[in-house]
Design a protein around this ligand. Sequence first.
Ligand SMILES: NC(=[NH2+])NCCC[C@H](N)C(=O)O
Ligand SMILES: [Mn+2]
Length: 299
Amino acid sequence: MIHTYGCPMHLGVGDTGLIKSLDYLNNRFDQLQIHVIPEIQEKEENLPNLKNLNSVASTCQSIAAYAYQVLQNQETPLFIAGDHSAAMGSVSASSVYTQEMYGEETGLIWIDAHPDINTDSTTATGNIHGMPVAALLGKGEKRLTQFLTEQPKLKPRNVVMLGLRDIDPPEQVTLDTLGIRYYTYDDICRQGLTACLKESIAYLSHLTAVHISFDIDSMNPKWMPGVSVPVPHGFTPEEVHHIFDALIPALPVISYDIVEFNMVHDREDKTADFVMELASQIHKLHVPSVSSEKSKRFA
Ligand SMILES: NC(=[NH2+])NCCC[C@H](N)C(=O)O
Ligand SMILES: [Mn+2]
């Protein structure tokens, strides 16, 4: 069973349009029933390279604790809305749960225009929503790497990124140094989406659990304007449906994120309606994966 939850998190980027976006989805789509985790606002020291650190850290801790509980109830967490720093919470939960339950590593499919692999020493904006992957790999500010446990939550070899089109120069260095598997949107246009998905699935096939984190800005803002950091070009709605059609049955997906929906930048509810479509597609396709089969053995 999918359990839909979310957090109107905005302090990872500081765009206030995110604050009302979650309630907006809940009111527009009765059937979504997103359980809302409040964003926590702490007193801040205003660090220029780690904006709103205290609030982001507390909020991610609360997202991690909630998602971990959902996984323990044998349900599949689907996180909707909020800025992408929330993935530090949701992916930490997937990773810690998989480690404790099966003693195994977690894979991550990161579908995004950005690799979000900055740290406080490489960021040009100070926005923490540009840092979650680095933090999950155990890099950068300690307070962002230690949700639920002190250990790094991911290994570079278990990460695949799809759709990148806006990589900061230091991020490129990190991707290359760590040997992270990624496909830019241009790579995907050249090699074909089906071929890239097939390779990604094979690359992660050794894993027991995979988390899919989908940033709406991976899509072409012509179709999906409702995001905080739009980047020209990118996936069409058909391509995104194709990605989920291919990945869900082929990998042991244990949790999902759909992030960065920003109603203030949306036009004619195009992006809001797409979030609903994608959530329904996930509901339809998701089958309790290998991990829940395995968990029966542990019961
Ligand atoms: N989740 C996102 N939309 N991230 C955008 C990050 C943009 C830029 N690379 C930064 O570090 O600030
Ligand atoms: Mn992102």
